[in-house]
Design a protein around this ligand. Structure first.
Ligand SMILES: [Zn+2]
Length: 681
């Protein structure tokens, strides 16, 4: 089976044997493959334990190991703490007088979280991991507290004296904390020291992992050191380089990564979009020697936070994205018997074959296809800050088109090599001239901040729209009516309006000679005020679509203040689908035709194109259309129903014209369920 369940279960010290026994029994019933034993209870959290306390945990782990292996499952360990997750009331200095603590960029010192350069902490951690490794786990995890951001009162670290001194030693540049922070955050063009400092922060993390790996592998050479990464969407902002980290984790062997899905509570079906984006962002950076795991977590671990149905949707989609190993953190940390929640186990057991049926097929993927979202190393080093007050300003806000595209049935991919690239925020600042000219010789869609950056960088002729002086947003300076779609190829027609409301145009577009306006913002009498979407074919023969809205939002949270819900309408869907078709000159990756929110995916293998779509609405779909170009004559299409049963699609339900395959799957797709197709050519 491709799909593997890695259940994370807390071995509460007050009840370790009983928990081990009942967990093993529940896991056997639920078709679990591996148990990652969490070493202590975060419900009675004691933070960084001294080594004599770690030693007390080992007998429980040894017992759990014996039981786990005897039941035919893999035994792994999930230590709860490395640097410390936050501050929970303890004064760790009293327990560890020699420990150095993490310091925020404001100078505030943590009461509980260690600095990764601290010699005392490093000794404690290598000794701790050696003890755990001696129990011979298949995987030994480093928790997601191994990071610089979000440690209680330390929002962004580490700016302690050890860090400042070590930076000076390596670069010859001596700064006080305040001087350094001022230079890092300086509004406008970034000080070159930002790149050096971010790299230094990343180097320290990777070097620390290497120390732990060396010690763990000395005790157990076959153990995979495994990384519970923070979300790839902000990894670089937080001073970590995913490739460098993974190389340290692998330590010349095989390592593992848990890629977060960032959905800890059930916030509605559209939260699936987070998982898709997070996994797709990380996947291009993962070497073959890394075990790919995803994070299926419900916090605080019960049906009150997440249903079995949503949990299942997450597992199914991760398998389709070729992340077959599912870390399951769905049972509480305080020892409540798992049988109190039989629903999770029943779901895991009864749907495993279905998950696997999709995952086996999509595991053959050679590449993920979609409209490209720019992804490059060290993007945070190139961002211009505006206020210069927060590290959240380092985010280049590059994925603002991700939701509009997928909502309208068009999948995304991360990189710069796609036929169409969708650009928001400051993503272009991370590309050199060659890369910019290359993407603009294909198809590009831009939001207002991206257009501003393009102009600032001196490529104003590429987009076909200048920027007028009038400032409209963030508050309306004139009463605005709706956006009127005027061109029939792009959702246009008489009285075809879509809301502006909370969708402020940030700039006034000035179409250049040869540009075409396909929609416009009207006043409250319906008279045209400003161009909305503008199309242009540039000197490289590339096609560009520009809009005056800010789709990337602001702040560190990549999901805060993105496009407002009033952006979405049926005419908007026709407009965006029309734009993507025009930009790609027929080379669209996929358009899924189904009502409401779609989660679409395309992956290509040798002689085969694989497509999938999940229903993100509470209403069922009654049938579903898919259109995708394939590089050859399609001979056969297989499709999978929601239970993962693959069968031949009747010839009358599909056709091919000019490379483009159009198909209709006549099947009911309930909420959070998936259908898929394979086109053989
Ligand atoms: Zn430090």
């Amino acid at each position: 089976m491709k799909i593997k369940y890695m259940l994370r279960r807390t071995l509460c010290p007050w009840n370790a044997k009983e928990i081990a026994d009942e967990t093993v029994a529940y896991c056997r019933k639920s078709r679990v493959d591996e148990i990652a034993w969490i070493t202590e209870s975060s419900g009675m959290y004691k933070e960084l334990l001294p080594i004599n306390e770690i030693k007390k945990i080992i007998p429980g782990l040894e017992y759990a190991r014996k039981k786990t292996l005897a039941a035919g499952m893999l035994y792994s360990i999930n230590p709860l703490t490395t640097l410390g997750h936050g501050e929970y009331g303890h004064e760790l200095k009293l327990i560890h007088p020699e420990m150095d603590f993490m310091v925020d960029f404001t100078g505030k010192k943590s009461r509980a979280c260690a600095c990764p350069l601290s010699p005392y902490w490093r000794k404690l951690m290598t000794s701790t991991y050696r003890l755990y490794a001696e129990t011979k786990p298949a995987r030994l995890w480093i928790e997601d507290d191994f990071r610089y951001n979000n440690h209680g009162s330390v929002k962004f670290g580490c700016y302690c004296d050890l860090h400042l001194r070590e930076f000076a030693k390596r670069t010859g540049k001596t700064f006080s904390r305040d001087e350094l922070v001022a230079r890092l955050l300086r509004p406008g063009k970034p000080d070159p020291v930002r790149k050096e400092w971010q790299k230094f922060l990343g180097d320290v993390l990777a070097e620390t992992v290497a120390l732990i790996a060396k010690e763990a592998h000395a005790a157990s050479p076959s153990t995979e050191l495994a990384w519970m990464s923070v979300t790839p969407l902000i990894l670089d902002v937080c001073g970590a380089d995913i490739r460098q980290m993974l190389s340290a984790f692998a330590d010349g062997r095989r390592g593992a990564i848990r890629i977060p899905t960032t959905v800890y509570t059930e916030q509605g079906h559209r939260a699936m979009l987070f998982e898709d984006e997070s996994l797709k962002k990380a996947l291009p950076d993962l070497p073959a020697s890394i075990t790919r795991c995803t994070e299926i977590e419900s916090c605080f671990h019960s049906l009150y936070t997440k249903s079995a149905a949503f949990t299942a949707a997450q597992i199914e989609w991760a398998g389709i994205l070729n992340v077959p190993n599912q870390t399951l953190n769905i049972f509480d940390y305080i020892g409540s018997p798992m049988n109190l929640t039989p629903g999770y186990g029943k779901m895991l057991a009864s749907r495993k074959n279905e998950f696997n049926s999709f995952a086996e097929v999509f595991a053959e993927a050679k590449s993920i296809q979609g409209v490209g979202i720019i992804s490059a190393p060290s993007m945070s080093a190139n961002v211009h800050t505006t206020e210069g007050k927060s590290f959240g300003e380092f985010s280049s806000r590059e994925s603002g088109w991700a939701n509009p595209l997928r909502a309208f049935g068009i999948p995304i991919a991360f990189g710069t090599g796609e036929d169409i690239t969708a650009v928001t925020g400051q993503a272009l600042r991370s590309l050199d001239r060659k890369a910019i000219e290359s993407i603009f010789s294909r198809g590009v869609m831009l939001d207002a901040p991206a257009l501003k950056v393009l102009h600032e960088m001196g490529y104003s002729e590429l987009a076909g729209a200048g920027i007028g002086k009038e400032k409209i947003g963030p508050f309306k300076s004139v009463p605005l009516g709706p956006e009127e779609m005027t061109d029939p190829d792009f959702g246009g027609g008489k009285y075809h309006y879509s809301w502006t409301y909370a969708l402020w145009p940030e700039i006034v577009l000035k179409p250049m000679k040869g540009a075409k306006v396909i929609s416009r913002i009207t006043d409250v009498d319906g008279k045209p005020l400003y161009p909305a979407f503008v199309l242009y074919e540039n000197k490289f023969g590339g096609r560009v679509a520009v809009c005056p809205y800010n789709l990337g939002g602001s702040g560190l949270d990549p999901y805060a203040n993105r496009e407002p819900s009033c952006f979405y309408s049926e005419y908007r869907k026709q407009q965006i689908q029309g734009i993507v078709k025009w930009l790609g000159r027929g080379k669209i990756p996929l358009i899924v035709d189904a009502p409401g929110w779609v989660l679409p995916h395309r992956a290509d293998a040798t002689g085969r194109v694989m497509l999938a779509a999940m229903n993100l609405n509470s209403d069922p779909w009654e049938s579903i259309g898919m259109k995708a170009p394939v590089p050859g004559k399609a001979g056969k299409i297989l499709w999978a129903d929601i239970n993962g049963n693959w069968r031949v699609l009747a010839r009358k339900n599909w056709s091919q014209a000019g490379g483009l395959v159009s198909m209709r799957l006549k099947t009911i797709v309930p909420p959070l369920r998936t259908v898929a197709a394979q086109i053989f050519f």
